[in-house]
Write a protein that binds this ligand. Structure first.
Ligand code: ADP
Ligand code: MG
Length: 384
């Protein structure tokens, strides 16, 4: 769906034209997994899939929200009544953004919003951040709030953490707000500094595939909490404020000190080596050696599978099959226990890899994955 369709949808719904149309993408994390709550490095890029919002301002304290992707008419809320935890529906994401803006002292007296999205929802590709960021950007423009991408991302994170009640890091919102086409975003989650890293695969004859396994294993939330607690324990035992502060060069010494804690040891090893992998990928991409990142991605998968232990049979099958069919590198991406894997491949190998994935998933009697190409795309912007 394009800007014209969402404009027409808005007019049909609210009986007037919107004042503009904005877009914000989903994201994939290239490397840097579970490092965000350890003050470490992440490196997402924006998907070509966007959430689009047609929006008009209102002065009467009313917020009307509608999504073409959810059955039913517009939901009408009063901005003065918005309160964290009060909404368990999809509307909590956009309402949370309005709440967070107002909490931060910005004048947002109401709005009419109509949106639609091509970001696969619940696939670990961050449809929630796309939804938050598109609304934040629209309100920023309409009410002249003067906020830049990083500030919008922090307000959106607050909306998701406090208003929706989902404990996410800062990566997803920053990726959706700040990525640029042909680049990945190197983000330091400690000081929030960021750098655009060239990642223009098409120009070099390569492709990046996303393999959405379409599974989400039920225990993933509890396992996330355990990993987080284990990382905190590791930092405490090593006397650092976050595992980010354990230098890769001193990893062996740190692991020796954790001899009595085999589980914490594995978690620490993943985080410390993962931060080093992000730095290696940045250095390779900045020196134009894009193909050489493949093995680093694959190393990252082994670390998530063996040390962090958050992979699952579907993700391992996707990675192993892609590599056997000639991929340059592959790894699971996102929180784990399902969701998506990414595959870096020569353009000419893509058909064979896709076919091998289909065959392998059929043979294993798994749900067929959804495989699509992810071109590193633009972050949030006005489109109409
Ligand atoms: P992910 O961010 O990985 O896609 P989440 O569970 O964090 O998964 O966010 C998905 C939720 O975001 C959906 O259940 C829905 O509430 C909301 N959402 C995302 N996109 C839309 C949309 N286009 N319309 C309405 N709600 C949406
Ligand atoms: Mg999400």
């Amino acid at each position: 769906m394009g800007a014209q369709e969402v404009t027409d949808g808005f007019a049909a719904l609210y009986g007037a034209a919107p004042e503009g149309v904005w877009a914000a993408p989903g994201r994939v994390n290239l490397i840097g997994e579970h490092t965000d709550y350890n003050d470490g490095f992440v490196m997402p890029f924006a998907l070509p899939h966007d959430t689009l919002a047609a929006v008009a301002h209102r002065d009467d304290g009313v917020l009307r929200l509608h999504s073409a992707d959810v059955p039913g008419g517009p939901v009408e809320l009063r901005v003065a009544d918005l309160a964290p935890g009060s909404d368990r529906e999809w509307t909590a994401y956009p309402a949370g953004v309005v709440w967070a803006l107002r909490e931060a002292g910005h004048e947002v007296p109401g709005a009419d919003v109509h949106l639609t999205s091509t970001v696969p929802s619940g696939a670990g590709l961050s449809s929630s951040a796309a939804l938050e960021v598109v609304v934040a950007l629209a309100l920023n423009d309409l009410y002249d709030l003067g906020l830049e991408g990083g500030q919008l991302a922090r307000l959106c994170q607050r909306a998701e953490n406090v208003y929706v009640g989902a404990p996410t890091g800062i990566m997803d919102q920053t990726a959706s707000a700040c990525c640029t086409a042909g680049h990945a975003l190197f983000l330091d989650t400690r000081d929030l500094s960021q750098r655009q890293i060239p990642f223009d695969l098409a120009a070099e004859g390569m492709r990046l595939l996303v393999v959405d396994t379409r599974v989400k294993h039920a225990h993933s939330d509890g396992e996330y909490g355990k990993r987080r607690a284990g990382c905190e324990k590791g930092a405490a035992l090593l006397g650092v404020s976050a595992l980010r502060d354990v230098p890769h060069a001193r990893l062996d010494a740190a692991l020796d000190r954790l001899g009595d804690e085999p589980e914490v040891r594995r978690l620490v090893r993943h985080i410390v080596t993962e931060n080093e992998r992000v730095e290696r990928v940045v250095a390779l991409l900045e020196s134009g050696r894009t193909r050489a990142i493949g093995p680093v991605l694959t190393e990252g998968h082994a670390s998530l599978r063996d040390d962090f232990r958050i992979s699952c049979p579907e993700l391992d099958l996707a990675v192993d099959t892609a590599l056997a069919a000639g991929a340059l590198g592959a790894r699971m991406t996102g929180g784990g226990f399902g969701g998506s894997a990414i595959v870096l491949a020569e353009e000419s190998d893509v058909p064979a890899i896709t076919k091998s994935l289909e065959d392998a998933f059929t043979t294993a009697d798994f749900t067929l994955p959804r495989v699509f190409e992810a071109v590193p795309s633009a972050g949030a912007r006005r489109v109409g």
